[in-house]
Structure formats: structure tokens, C-alpha cells
Write a protein that binds this ligand. Structure first.
Ligand code: ADP
Ligand code: ZN
Ligand code: ZN
Length: 724
């Protein structure tokens, strides 16, 4: 008996498709994958439902080409989660499934787990084994279940011949076993938690059986990671899995290593540095319940778990949790929904919580756990503002800052300089004719990258050779203005020529392991200067850094985005938290052209919490998120005005039935032209979430049918975090 199968496909259409299957009904389940014909192509789709009849007459239905999965593939919970995401973000269901699956599985790979050869002890050897053989036997003694050849090799080097010698004497035997992550063979003793840490752990564990959300607000270096680890220990002992989300940057290794060294359990990692094959395996191990802890970036929020017990989101304020294209979901939001559905606790951790999260604490929806002291006796650094003067300073470095750097280096300590721009300088111009290097595709300037002798547009990726003379008037002297990491690196190398200067930004860390190697060098602890962008601000634990300098931080104070101040306060607090994390105390110098700005006074005197409190009060008063709900329609097109016209039509549609929802705009985007397209946006706001979503639901179909909608690109962004 054939049946009708409803399928979600990765295509921009907001609908599912019915296909005919020769397989009997009972061979199908929602969540399975199938290969189907779509136009002239073959696509892989996800089964949403199995139906007795279709609205389309059977004669017109196409046949499924192949059923990929013979058994259930996506668990019901993930099916429901993805369907919720599709509804909440008003995004085509098929594309939501794409976001939720690892690449290989999306492309139709079998969902069988990889296996490996594992070795285990069989009997005591008759004769005395060789040295390498003895080492192998010693290790295997601790692992009655056996160890993979890979794990043995990582620990002891080449083991092949010793293994076969031992196997020949029947001392050890091999068997195929699902490939698990290599266990950490040198576990560290658990640290003894201080009282605040203990209390935090206990409060979470007290509610381990039900949905409950916690904000773990702990100053930088207060031992949040240690708290996560101890909470995990409890869940893992209880045979429950923990999903840990971390921001999307190079710091994964350090974080994961601390988990691996503390917990003797299967820990898998799902982020962009992991190969597609390993990501697939990690996902499958999580689904089968064999992975106890899953650590991953944004998209890992969709990882299926057999026995889910807890979700942790580290650095919950981090902007990388929000995807800014395609399915514009916020992983924190999805994780909260998931925890609620699963009825399990969720812990959000940060030294600088987002206003969204602080608002939920205020409304008593989240329980607040606090760590107010630095762990292990370290103290918070002393912070000072210094007035910067663009013209007088040496390549953006004031003499106060330079003297201070010298002092710290003399004591054989490390210095970290933070500058929020990569490249050499953000402006290149000619003094004869006032020509400036602008991007031809964006409303933006080209950034000078001297190392590569090129100009880069940081918005569209356009690359040009660095001109030797002015392209307008031919004048041979072009001047660059402003500072980037390269310029600071160069200036410091010239001043402190016997001290290594390590530049850490997206350019210098592109090669595999480049970042890890630099971190290794830093951890050797000799005097050094680290110059870097955001990457350095986040979560690193460098014990020998005693001075942190912030080179230019002012721009955000004048940004048109109402979230910029919040971002700046978080960034400065995070960067300054990099100083004095070890036994040596730290100092922070912030260079500003606006040292009198009230923002600085408040931040330095009262700290992040006070600033956040003020900002939140302001937002509530002005009815800005997190108070009230926003959605933004965006459009872009090659022709000027098309995006504005399209959104004008969208606005007219919405106005017809808008009650309780304000429609504002359309307006051109702050950077109107980017990558050759003109951009515009239309804002919707409401005090009531349901009304906002209802209005979108009412009209989104009609919007997608607008003539102009087919000429340009458009999207909708729910709970937008960026308005540029
Ligand atoms: P956070 O994540 O809050 O920035 P970490 O968990 O990285 O803080 O802890 C900062 C440092 O303090 C780490 O080196 C960590 O090993 C150490 N630490 C944390 N808790 C304790 C403790 N209870 N006793 C001693 N050292 C601790
Ligand atoms: Zn010129
Ligand atoms: Zn550009």
C-alpha cells in the first residue's frame, strides 16, 4: 500500500510538499530523510507527516526516489523544536532543518556511527614485555573497556608494532567499538569551591528535575567555569547529558580542556574547527546518549540528546549567539524554549549579562546566582582613564601608556593591548586633492592592510592593491589615518624591539593552529606584548598579563545603535577582566578622547552592573527592548530605491490590520549600500508579542508574492540585535 508523505525541503518557499511513496505507511516516521525530485533537481527532505490523503490529486504527485533512513532519524523533540523555530522566526521550515543538521547528515550520509579498533587486556603475559609494551599494559589496566589505538598513539607515540606483538601472544585483544572521544588520561583533582561557588552549584542541583532558569553572574575570573564543571559532574553521574553552548571564537580549546581534565566522561565538541566527519560523529554520539557532555557553538543548540539533563550557556551576552543571516535565530532563545519543553534547568553565565537576561531577573523569571569575588585569591585590577590626543600621540599610543607598558615588561610581565580594528589604518587619503580610498560597493572606507600590501573592505571583502600614488591626482604621498592592530604592532615593535609582539586578530589566526600556538607561547609566561581585537577580550585566562591597555574605545559612544553602549560596557569589562588573573595583581589603562564622558565615570566608579541597571531603566522608560517586542523587515536590491519601495508596500499591507503594533519606516539602513546593494528596513514594535507575530503571519504570504519582493531580497528579523 502506498502512502502520502509530507516533506520539508530546503527552499525559500514557505510550505511543505506532498510526495507519493511506494513504501507502506508503517515504514515511515516523521523526522526521516528522503530523496525526492524537485523541478529538475534531486533534493533531500525531512518527513513532517504521513497522510492518508493529499489536497493535491494523487495523479499529480511525484514519487519519492529513496527513503534514506529506515529507522527514526530526528527525535520528536527536535522535530517540534525546529517547527517552533520556523514559526517563531517566520522562516521556511526546510531551511530551519538545514540549520539544525550537521552538513554530512544534511547531504544524506548514513546515520551509522563510526567505529574504531579498541584494545583491552586479555591475560597476563608469560614473559616480561618490552618497555613500550609495558606502558600499553599499564594504561589498559585503567581502562577495562579498552582504549582506541588513537588514544594509545596520542599518549605513547607509535604503538603499532607493540600492539601486534601483544596481540599475537593473546595478552590483549581487539574489537570494533563505536568511536568515542579520546579520554583525557591525566585528570586533575577537583578544586575546592568557595562558598559562593558551592551555593551556586547547590541551587541549580536543587532544581535538577524541572525547568528553571538561572543567571550565574560572576565577575571575570570568579570561577564560573569551575561552577559549570561541578554542576555537570552531578548530572553526568546521574546518567544525564549536558549541552554547553559557548561563543564562536578561538577560545574553545582552553574551555574544553578544562572540562576534559576535570571530568572522566565522554565530551564531544561541535564547532567550526571540528571536521565535518567529527561533527557528524559528535551529533550521533549525542543522539545515542553516548556523549555525556556536548560543547558547541550556536548551531549546537539543535543537537539531539537521549537523556537531556541540563543546558549551560557560557558568556550568554555574546553576540555570536544570534545568527545574522538566513535563519536569524538566537541560540539563547532557542535553548530556553528547549529547556522549557524538556522540563530541565538552564544556566546562563556571564560577567556582563545582557539587558535581556537582567530584565528577566528583574521580572523574577530567572534566579540570580552571584560570584562576587575572584577565585583563588586573585584581585580585580585597578582601572584608570587616560586622555588620548590623536595628533600628539605616537601612532595612537599615549606616552602614559607607553611608560606603563615599559614598567610591566621590566618586571617580566605580559601586556595586552586591545584595539577593536584589524588592519593597519582605517583611512587612506591624499592631501593634495582630498581623495579617499572608499569601497566601490559599500558606503564604507577601505582599510589599509600593510602586511599584505592591500586595501580591504571589511564589509564586502573587496580587495585592492595598496596604491603607491593618488589615483585621482597622481600625487605620490598618500597618508593613512587612525589605528588598527597592525599599526600598533609596528609601533610597539619599534619601541620595544627585544620583546615579542604577538598580534592576535582574524588575519593572524587564519591558519589552522595559529591561535593555539600563540596561546601556547603566551602561556610560557615570558615578557610579551599581545595586541588584539575582540578575540582577546573573550574568556581567556592568561595568568601573566598584568597590564591591559584599551587603545581606542570611544566610537561606540556615538553610535546610532541604541545597543552600542551596552556592547561597549560589556567589552570594556571583559577586556579589563583579562588583567591580573594570576597571582600578580593587574592594572588597566583606557585611552579615550572623551575621558569626561559620563559613561566612563559610571563604569569606572560603579561597574557594569550599575551601568546595566541605568541602561535597562532607560530602555524600559523609552519602551525599547528588552521591554516590548520588535521585528524588522529588511530588504536589499541592486537598484537604488527598490528596497525602500518594497518595504513601503509591506508597510501598507501591515497597516491594514495593525492594531497594537506600531509600524515605523521604512528607512534606509545606516550603511545604505553594502556589497553593491542598497538596503532598507521597516520596524514593527509592540508591547504584546502575540499581536506582533499574528500581524506577521497575516501578511507574510502576501509579502512574498509582491512583484518587488521577487526582484530584491527580503527577510524578517525577530528580536533583532543589530540595526545597521
Ligand atoms: P570565570 O569563568 O568566571 O572567568 P574561571 O572559572 O576561569 O573564571 O576561574 C578563574 C581562575 O580561578 C581559573 O584559573 C580557575 O582555575 C581558578 N579557580 C576557580 N575556582 C577556584 C577555586 N574555588 N579555588 C581556586 N582556584 C579557582
Ligand atoms: Zn590626490
Ligand atoms: Zn565593500
Amino acid at each position: 500500500m502506498s502512502c502520502i508523505v509530507e516533506i520539508a525541503l530546503a527552499c525559500p518557499l514557505r510550505q511543505t510538499f506532498d510526495y507519493l511513496s511506494d513504501e507502506p505507511v508503517e515504514h515511515w516516521q516523521p523526522g526521516m530523510r528522503a530523496v525526492i525530485p524537485f523541478g529538475s533537481r534531486q533534493l533531500i527532505g525531512i518527513v513532517i507527516a504521513i497522510k492518508p490523503v493529499s489536497e493535491i490529486s494523487t495523479g499529480k504527485l511525484k514519487k519519492i526516489e529513496q527513503q534514506i533512513d529506515k529507522q527514526s532519524f530526528l527525535p520528536v523533540e527536535i522535530m517540534q523544536l525546529v517547527q517552533w523555530v520556523s514559526r517563531y522566526y517566520h522562516h521556511p521550515i526546510g531551511e530551519c532543518f538545514q540549520a539544525a543538521l550537521p552538513k554530512k547528515l544534511r547531504l544524506g550520509d548514513s546515520d551509522e556511527m563510526q567505529t574504531e579498533t579498541y584494545w583491552a587486556l586479555q591475560q597476563i603475559p608469560d614473559s616480561k614485555p618490552g618497555k613500550k609494551q609495558q606502558q600499553i599494559l599499564d594504561l589498559l589496566e585503567d581502562y577495562p573497556e579498552g582504549l582506541s589505538e588513537k588514544a594509545l598513539r596520542l599518549q605513547l607515540g607509535n604503538v603499532k608494532s607493540s600492539l601486534s606483538a601483544l596481540a599475537q601472544q593473546n595478552v590483549i585483544t581487539a574489537r570494533q567499538h563505536v568511536a568515542l572521544p579520546v579520554p583525557c588520561l591525566e585528570l586533575q583533582l577537583a578544586v575546592s569551591l568557595n562558598n559562593e561557588q558551592k551555593q551556586s552549584v547547590e541551587q541549580v542541583i536543587a532544581e535538577k528535575e524541572q525547568f528553571s532558569s538561572f543567571l550565574l553572574q560572576g565577575i571575570t575570573g570568579s570561577g564560573k567555569t569551575e561552577v559549570y564543571i561541578e554542576i555537570c559532574r552531578e548530572f553526568v553521574e546521574n546518567q544525564q547529558q549536558v549541552l554547553v553552548l559557548i561563543p564562536e571564537i578561538g577560545l574553545t580549546t582552553q574551555f574544553v580542556e578544562r572540562f576534559r581534565h576535570s571530568l572522566a566522561t565522554n565530551i564531544v565538541v561541535i564547532n567550526s574547527s571540528v571536521s565535518d566527519a567529527d561533527r557528524k560523529q559528535a551529533w550521533l554520539l549525542a543522539r545515542s546518549g553516548k556523549a555525556d557532555i556536548i560543547i558547541g557553538t550556536r548551531s549546537a543548540v539543535f543537537t539531539p540528546m537521549l537523556n537531556p539533563g541540563l543546558i549551560i550557556i557560557d558568556e550568554e551576552h555574546d553576540s555570536s549567539y544570534k545568527q545574522q543571516d538566513g535563519l536569524r535565530y538566537h541560540a539563547r532563545n532557542v535553548a530556553l524554549m528547549r529547556a522549557k519543553t524538556l522540563n530541565i534547568p538552564i544556566v546562563l553565565g556571564s560577567a556582563t549579562p545582557s539587558l535581556e537576561t537582567l530584565y528577566q531577573v528583574k521580572l523574577k523569571r530567572y534566579q540570580l546566582l552571584r560570584l562576587t569575588k575572584r577565585a583563588g585569591g586573585a584581585t580585580l585590577p585597578n582601572i584608570k582613564l587616560i586622555a588620548a590626543n590623536k595628533t600628539a600621540d605616537n601612532n595612537g599610543l599615549s606616552s602614559v601608556l607607553i611608560n606603563s607598558i615599559e614598567k610591566h615588561l621590566q618586571q617580566n610581565h605580559q601586556v595586552l593591548l586591545f584595539i577593536n580594528r584589524r588592519g593597519f589604518a582605517p583611512v587612506l587619503m591624499c592631501h593634495e586633492c582630498n581623495w579617499q580610498a572608499n569601497c566601490r560597493s559599500c558606503d564604507a572606507k577601505m582599510v589599509v592592510h600593510q602586511h599584505q600590501n592591500r586595501l580591504f573592505c571589511h564589509h564586502c571583502g573587496l580587495i585592492q592593491t595598496l596604491p603607491k600614488k593618488c589615483p585621482e591626482c597622481g600625487h605620490s604621498e598618500l597618508k593613512s589615518y587612525g589605528v588598527g592592530t597592525e599599526k600598533i604592532e609596528q609601533a610597539l615593535t619599534a619601541i620595544f624591539n627585544d620583546v615579542p609582539v604577538l598580534r592576535i586578530d582574524r588575519d593572524s589566526t587564519q591558519r589552522v593552529n595559529a591561535f593555539a600556538n600563540m596561546v601556547k607561547q603566551i602561556n610560557q609566561g615570558q615578557a610579551a606584548i599581545l595586541v588584539g581585537t575582540q578575540m582577546l577580550a573573550k574568556g581567556h585566562d592568561f595568568h601573566d598579563v598584568t597590564l591591559v591597555g584599551v587603545v581606542d574605545a570611544d566610537q561606540a559612544l556615538f553610535s546610532a545603535d541604541f545597543r552600542a553602549t551596552e556592547g561597549l560596557a560589556q567589552l570594556i569589562t571583559q577586556v579589563t577582566g583579562r588583567a591580573g588573573r594570576g597571582k600578580k595583581s593587574g592594572e588597566v589603562l583606557i585611552q579615550s578622547e572623551q575621558p569626561e564622558h559620563p559613561f566612563w565615570k559610571k563604569l569606572l566608579q560603579d561597574g557594569y552592573e550599575a551601568i546595566a541597571e541605568n541602561l535597562l531603566a532607560e530602555r524600559i522608560q523609552m519602551e525599547l527592548p528588552p521591554h516590548g517586542f520588535w521585528a524588522v523587515w529588511r530588504a536589499e536590491a541592486k537598484e537604488a530605491d527598490l528596497a525602500m519601495q518594497l518595504l513601503q508596500q509591506v508597510a501598507e499591507l501591515l497597516q491594514q490590520t495593525a492594531s497594537g503594533v506600531m509600524i515605523l519606516g521604512p528607512v534606509p539602513a545606516l550603511m545604505e549600500k553594502r556589497a553593491g546593494r542598497y538596503r532598507a528596513q521597516l520596524l514593527m514594535r509592540s508591547a504584546d508579542r502575540a499581536s506582533l507575530h499574528q500581524l506577521i503571519d497575516q501578511h507574510i504570504e502576501a509579502v512574498s508574492k509582491l512583484k518587488l519582493a521577487r526582484k530584491g531580497r527580503w527577510s524578517i528579523d525577530i528580536d533583532p540585535t543589530e540595526l545597521i
